[in-house]
Design a protein around this ligand. Structure first.
Ligand code: PDD
Length: 284
């Protein structure tokens, strides 16, 4: 793994030789943004959508995009073809760059750009067969959860709290409504209707989320983007988590209570299959 090729500031080099300064504002302040992009059969899933979200994150934190989409595409293609595995995820990280430690933006710095590609392991069959456990926790994060910021301390504290309670994910509640997971978006099914919260500053606009919404609409499955109260959430017939690395995972236990009949639901099964079909078409 350490000999894996990565991209850092214009160079391709082995991972164990990649170095950044301790004065990098990513290290000092968590001042940067990132993307996680899955690739199936060496084909990147929704490249344009990921690039648009990256641009939105960069604009929100006032970092000028150091590369154009064609350059991002070339870097990703080179890293993908250098890795043996067919299914991979690309981690792309941009910080404001290296400067003496001062909270204000430095006058002139070059953003630090780091890209690596790792094996995307298929989700464990047992998790798909049985579903996973989740717990609800207070959403203690900031007001700009739509920015894919590298400063993830609240997210990792929340995820770890969930793990400490024997669950896989923390599902977050803010002002009485469910927002998203510590590293995932959340869907519910009630009375046959799929629901997910609308996109705003309280959650990350997940690329997987948007694809699931699109697939539901294409296949005439009833779907609503609407606020979901904690009460409605806790009594849902089905709960799903979505993310680029976990795809669509059924939650079958919430706060140690069974969700629905305690098995992955029929609507999840249907959507999961549609997502797999979408991947197969991408693979070609
Ligand atoms: N996280 N919400 C949060 C807070 C996330 O961190 C993620 C993904 C998502 C889902 O977004 P997408 O469908 O675009 O992956 C929602 C990635 C996978 C990570 O940090 O590793």
């Amino acid at each position: 793994m350490s000999s894996q090729l990565v991209y850092l500031n214009g160079e391709y080099l082995p991972l164990n030789e990649a170095r950044v300064s301790v004065l990098d504002r990513g290290f000092i302040f968590g001042d940067g943004v990132y993307e996680v992009i899955p690739a199936y059969g060496s084909k990147v899933l929704r490249f344009e959508h990921h690039m648009q979200r990256l641009q939105n994150s960069l604009d929100a934190v006032r970092i000028v995009n150091p590369l154009v989409n064609k350059q991002w595409q070339d870097i990703i293609d080179k890293l993908i073809t250098n890795t043996d595995s067919q299914d991979q995820y690309i981690y792309l990280h941009i910080t404001r760059g290296v400067a003496s430690r001062d909270h204000r933006f430095p006058d002139e710095t070059k953003p630090t750009v780091f890209v690596m590609s790792s094996v995307l392991h298929p989700v464990d069959e047992k998790l798909l067969a049985n579903g996973v456990a989740a717990v609800t926790l207070d959403d203690i994060r900031w007001q700009y959860c739509n920015i894919k910021a590298i400063a993830l301390l609240p997210n990792i504290l929340l995820r770890q709290q969930a793990i400490d309670k024997g669950a896989m994910e923390a599902i977050l509640i803010r002002d009485g409504n469910m927002t998203e997971g510590a590293a995932s978006n959340v869907f519910i099914v009630t009375h046959g209707i799929i629901k997910t919260p609308p996109k705003d500053n309280k959650l990350l606009p997940g690329i997987t989320r948007d694809l699931v919404v699109e697939l539901a609409k294409t296949h005439n499955m009833p779907i609503e983007e609407t606020a979901i109260s904690e009460k409605e959430f806790l009594t849902a017939d089905e709960i799903w988590l979505t993310s680029s690395t976990k795809e669509i995972l059924p939650v079958t236990r919430i706060n140690e209570q069974q969700v629905g009949n305690g098995k992955p639901g029929a609507v999840w099964q249907d959507m999961f299959q549609k997502y797999q079909d979408y991947k197969e078409i991408l693979r070609g």
